[in-house]
Write a protein that binds this ligand. Structure first.
Ligand SMILES: *[C@@H]1O[C@H](CO)[C@@H](O)[C@H](O)[C@H]1NC(C)=O
Ligand SMILES: *[C@@H]1O[C@H](CO)[C@@H](O)[C@H](O)[C@H]1NC(C)=O
Ligand SMILES: *[C@@H]1O[C@H](CO)[C@@H](O)[C@H](O)[C@H]1NC(C)=O
Length: 620
């Protein structure tokens, strides 16, 4: 109760003081002998009588002005234009003017720039006359507004989009395929996050001053994703091969640029202005975010798959931080002949099934590699279940992506724990980045084993042939302290790399060349295979830093069809040659004994032609 009372007191004091001030002022004015202005007349002249006080009209629109009071017995209504022309509303000078409203008002059609200014309206009723005025501002009529497309970067957050620079009171914005939204005041929208879903033509309807019809504005919005633009150009005239790897739509800067042929162990550090005589920079400079390599006089070795790695840095807050390098693969097409050879080589390689050995309840990784950039990859479990690896984020994740990056063609998955049910043929499916259609597939055989595993549990051979019994540590290479084998008739053999073909135990058992105990290999080559070697073998080894010996069993069996594949080829060729020799003899005999047969004409194949034929056949 105290506060309102206090407020009332202040109010009363203020009122009292105001009255005092007013009295003083009136006394001063009167004592100075000014003309006594009748307050009644002054009120009648107030511009407040004109309605609206201020009106903005775009050219071509109409203005509707009137007096804001209604008079009984209105006698006359006069309009005075900004140029000083006065007319009675009943007799306008042109049909642009007509009466407006019940009282005294005017409708002015087709407003032009010359109509700008103060319009006075005077109404008379009896002894009283009232004048009001309106200020009219004429705006240029806007019907077209064009602006350049708006380019945004994918993932940009809190972006403020200015849709027009016009002064408008509201706008209605409709993005493609979504509800429209009404924006009061200046037409701008703030996007939480830019995605490609907002791409396209934005339709904006603007409410402009002085204009009844809304203006329609189209704004093209594009959302660009940061990406590498990779490829190659062959310059025939100069005999140069240019590889490029440019970053598009980025705010990152290039710090280094590296190219490597995937089949070579070394790469090239490419810097603008630097050359080693054959390799030099290609592009418009690091500043333009371009990275490229020019190969002068390319050779066959330069064709194939190249990997480019671009080092980048960007601002994070107010410090520049290096970012993960961006990488991609470039496949430089070979000429037709080389392509065919490569294809054949590839087929042969494909026949060699990759097998990985994993000890049960250990993590395992399956990797496949494409020689092109991928956009995704997934794996099919031997039982048909599909797994798409995602980044490792959390310790309890069951599986995750492993490998360098999809851009470099790496497709790998790691599972935290293997069980015997995971054994079998896994298929990796790889989706190339720049082509649609069938996915690339590869397969890997997973074997769930003990710590030491036989590469092949069953090895087919024949008496007199060479056979290899190969055991290896599961889960990668681990050094072995020793390696031993036990033959079917219980001959124990301990071997290591020092036992070579020349120093073979019992003249036929030796350690397989190019393998080593240090890399987890326990491998026996038997050459030649004797009858007593056929049967079940044991390989055993002590893995470094483990206490228990690990072992596996391998069965060596007689398989008559194990003759290497090329034998058939040789047999074929021999047969072919034999047939030809017979044919040749036949031809010679024919030439010799039937030289003058009556039905023979002069043109006959010479023996030389036959030799050529033989050669061709042989080459095939
Ligand atoms: C107008 O003024 C005259 C003289 O001042 C007065 O006689 C008359 O009554 C007035 N008329 C009206 C309608 O007020
Ligand atoms: C990138 O280079 C430009 C021009 O040299 C520089 O203004 C900008 O700060 C650089 N940004 C980064 C992240 O290094
Ligand atoms: C396939 O094997 C995995 C792992 O053992 C298992 O989680 C999944 O349920 C199996 N799927 C089918 C269809 O049996």
């Amino acid at each position: 109760m105290l506060a309102p009372l206090k407020f009332l007191n202040i109010y009363v004091i203020f009122l009292f003081m105001s009255i005092l001030v007013a009295i003083c002022l009136v006394q001063r004015v009167l004592s100075q002998g000014f003309i006594n202005v009748e307050i009644k007349n002054l009120l009648k002249m107030q511009r407040g009588l004109g309605w609206p006080y201020v009106l903005r009209v775009a050219e071509g629109n109409e203005a509707l002005l009137r007096l804001d009071i209604k008079l009984e017995n209105l006698e006359s209504c006069k309009i005075t234009t900004p140029s000083g022309l006065t007319f009675r509303i009943q007799s306008p000078p042109s049909n642009r003017y007509t009466k407006w409203s019940d009282g005294c008002g005017v409708r002015i059609r087709n407003i032009a720039l010359t109509d700008e200014g103060r319009w006075r309206i005077t109404a008379t009723a009896g002894n009283n006359s009232y004048t009001g005025w309106s200020e009219v501002y004429v705006e240029e009529s806007k019907s077209v507004y064009s602006a350049s497309p708006i380019a945004l970067k994918d993932g940009e957050t809190e972006t403020k989009l200015e849709l027009t620079s016009l002064e408008n009171s509201y706008c209605l914005v409709s993005k493609p395929f979504s509800e429209s939204s009404l924006v009061p005041g200046h037409c701008s929208v703030t996007l939480d996050r830019a995605t490609r879903a907002i791409q396209g033509n934005w339709n904006v309807l603007l409410g402009l001053p002085g204009q009844v019809s809304e203006m329609e504005v189209q704004r093209q919005v594009t959302v660009e994703t940061e990406r590498l633009d990779v490829g190659y150009v062959y310059d025939r005239t100069e005999n140069k091969l240019h590889l490029y790897c440019n970053i598009l739509h980025t705010s990152k800067n290039i710090t280094f640029c590296r190219f490597q042929k995937t089949s070579e162990p070394f790469g090239y550090n490419v810097v603008d202005g630097l050359s080693d005589g054959r390799h030099s920079y290609y592009g418009d400079g690091f500043a333009q975010r371009q990275c490229g390599l020019t190969l002068e006089n390319p050779t066959a070795k330069d064709y194939g798959t190249w990997r480019c790695s671009v080092g980048v840095q960007m601002w994070e807050g107010n410090v520049i931080k290096p970012q993960t390098p961006m990488q991609a693969l470039i496949s430089v097409a070979q000429d037709a002949v080389r392509l065919r050879i490569a294809g054949q080589i590839k087929d042969i390689e494909d026949d060699v099934v990759k097998t990985i050995f994993v000890q049960s309840h250990m993590p395992f990784t399956i990797t496949c590699k494409a020689n092109m950039s991928l956009s995704y990859c997934w794996f099919q479990h031997p039982n048909g279940t599909q797994y798409t690896p995602a980044q490792l984020l959390d310790e309890n994740q069951l599986f995750w992506y492993s490998g360098e990056s999809l851009q470099t063609g790496d497709c790998g998955i790691t599972f935290a724990d293997v069980t015997s049910e995971d054994a079998g043929k896994w298929i990796c499916h790889m989706g190339p980045r720049d082509q649609l259609g069938i996915e690339i597939t590869d397969h890997v055989v997973l074997r769930v084993t003990g710590p030491l595993a036989a590469n092949k549990k069953e090895v087919g051979t024949d008496i007199g042939e060479t056979a290899t019994l190969y055991c290896h540590t599961a889960n990668g290479n681990k050094p072995l302290d020793y390696c031993r084998f036990l033959s079917p008739n219980f001959v124990g053999i301990r071997i290591d790399e020092s036992v070579t073909e020349n120093s073979a135990i019992l003249k036929r058992y030796y350690f397989t060349p190019n393998r080593g105990l240090d890399y987890g290999d326990c491998s026996l080559t038997i050459s030649p295979v004797n009858e007593e070697d056929i049967g079940e073998w044991t390989c055993a080894a002590l893995i470094n830093q483990e206490t228990l010996e690990a072992r596996d069993l391998i069965t060596l069996y007689i398989d008559a069809s194990t003759a290497p594949l090329y034998t058939a080829g040789i047999v074929g060729i021999s047969l072919g040659v034999a047939v030809l020799v017979v044919a040749l003899i036949g031809v010679l005999w024919y030439k010799r004994f039937w030289p003058k047969m009556p039905w023979r004409r002069s043109s006959q194949p010479s023996s030389v032609d036959n030799f050529t034929m033989t050669q061709t056949f042989y080459e095939q």
